[in-house]
Write a protein that binds this ligand. Structure first.
Ligand SMILES: NC(=O)c1ccc[n+]([C@@H]2O[C@H](COP(=O)([O-])OP(=O)(O)OC[C@H]3O[C@@H](n4cnc5c(N)ncnc54)[C@H](O)[C@@H]3O)[C@@H](O)[C@H]2O)c1
Length: 343
């Protein structure tokens, strides 16, 4: 369909802190989308947004946004506010996009899913990495069997800051890795453990290691930190046929596929006969679209609101990630005990 034929979806964005303005910029420029109103409790932030986008209405009163002709609401407010604000939006008949993580508890996530169903409205969570072209390349590569059996994954997401005041580093950064792993492996972890430490702010862990076990036997370890001198956003997937590295900090060559591996002999009678054979093949860097993931995500939300289709990262996917986060938190508090998750 030609973009000028799209029915216009009126969008409201709530929260103009760090992340909200990125959503605002994308909704503002999307065909078939009218950024109608923006809300924040801070008048200075609204003044800033009104200066950038003079046609957009602004309000410090969320109720005013809910009473407006906005039909789809994007929430970029602190995580503790997600549940209550999303309930209000759904009850007001709005479609809702909630920034990650969906809620602070699986119970709240379930209640939101039920409310969205009852109201027949779209509920989507902003799992940005499900909209990253490189991540979709990884998913397809694995699904085609080109990597072989996935043995293990390492995902590192560290840099200096931004220190959050109300959630620890697991709830802040690990939703990206957990949602990406569930999406790429098309499987859900059944074992979760986590360890971490609070070095800077009392009782708010700034460094953590989360380990996931999947039914296939694949293992994943995630390192998240607000306290690291270098910005690293790297995921390594080791398979039986090939190995793949996704480096989100790389400007263009975000994916490298290594034709490397080790094969054990099919049989050997003695230890002397047991020789592993190593493969050192080509390293390839596939061409990956440079489209901004958040633009893809915002466009998808508008399409779903317009057509009533179920989003890729719907409430259920958001709930799955929150369940893993909850188990990781429980494990963290018990010093790293392995938790079992059934689905
Ligand atoms: N997808 C991503 O990559 C990504 C990146 C960063 C943050 N986030 C998510 O975005 C959300 C916001 O994070 P942030 O870093 O922008 O936080 P922030 O603290 O910088 O901004 C939050 C804003 O919400 C406003 N706010 C709070 N309560 C409000 C209310 N009742 N009505 C209107 N405005 C209200 C605050 O005044 C503030 O300006 C979080 O869920 C976070 O996890 C996602």
């Amino acid at each position: 369909m030609n973009s000028k034929d799209l029915r216009t979806v009126r969008v409201g964005v709530v929260g103009c802190g760090y992340w909200g303005p990125k959503l605002i910029r994308n909704f503002q420029s999307l065909p078939g989308c009218e950024l109608h109103m923006v809300s924040d409790l801070r008048p200075d932030r609204l003044e800033h947004i009104a200066g950038l986008y003079p046609g957009v209405q602004v309000t410090t009163d969320y109720a005013e946004l809910l009473a407006s002709p906005v039909e789809a609401v994007a929430l970029a407010t602190p995580v503790r506010s997600h549940y209550e604000m999303a309930c209000q939006a759904l009850r007001a008949g709005k479609h809702v996009l909630i920034e990650k993580p969906l809620t602070t508890s699986a119970r709240d996530a379930e209640a939101l899913i039920a409310l969205a169903e009852q109201q027949q409205r779209v509920l989507m969570v902003g799992h940005t990495f499900e909209y990253v072209p490189a991540v979709n390349y990884m998913r397809d590569f694995i699904a085609r069997g080109d990597l072989g059996r996935v043995f293990y994954v390492n995902s590192t997401r560290v840099n200096l800051g931004i220190f959050q005041k109300d959630i620890n580093v697991i709830w802040d950064l690990a939703p990206h890795d957990i949602s990406m792993l569930i999406y790429v492996l098309q499987d859900r972890p059944t074992q979760v453990s986590a360890r971490g430490a609070a070095y800077v702010q009392p009782h708010i862990e700034d460094v953590a290691w989360v380990t996931l076990g999947f039914p296939s036997g694949a293992m994943a370890d995630i390192r998240v930190s607000w306290l690291d001198p270098c910005k690293i956003r790297r995921t390594t997937v080791v398979g039986s046929k090939k190995m793949l590295v996704y480096d989100d900090v790389e400007a263009t060559e975000k994916i490298r596929v290594y034709d490397k591996g080790v094969d054990a002999p099919p049989y050997s009678d003695t230890l002397e006969q047991f020789h592993l054979s190593y493969r050192y093949g080509d390293i390839t860097t596939p061409a990956i679209s440079g489209q901004e993931p958040l633009e893809i995500e915002c466009r998808h939300f508008c399409d779903c609101a317009r057509n009533g289709q179920t989003p890729r990262s719907d409430g259920r996917v958001g709930w799955q990630v929150v369940r893993v986060l909850e188990e990781a938190q429980t494990s963290l508090q018990s010093g790293g005990q392995v938790r079992t998750l059934s689905w």
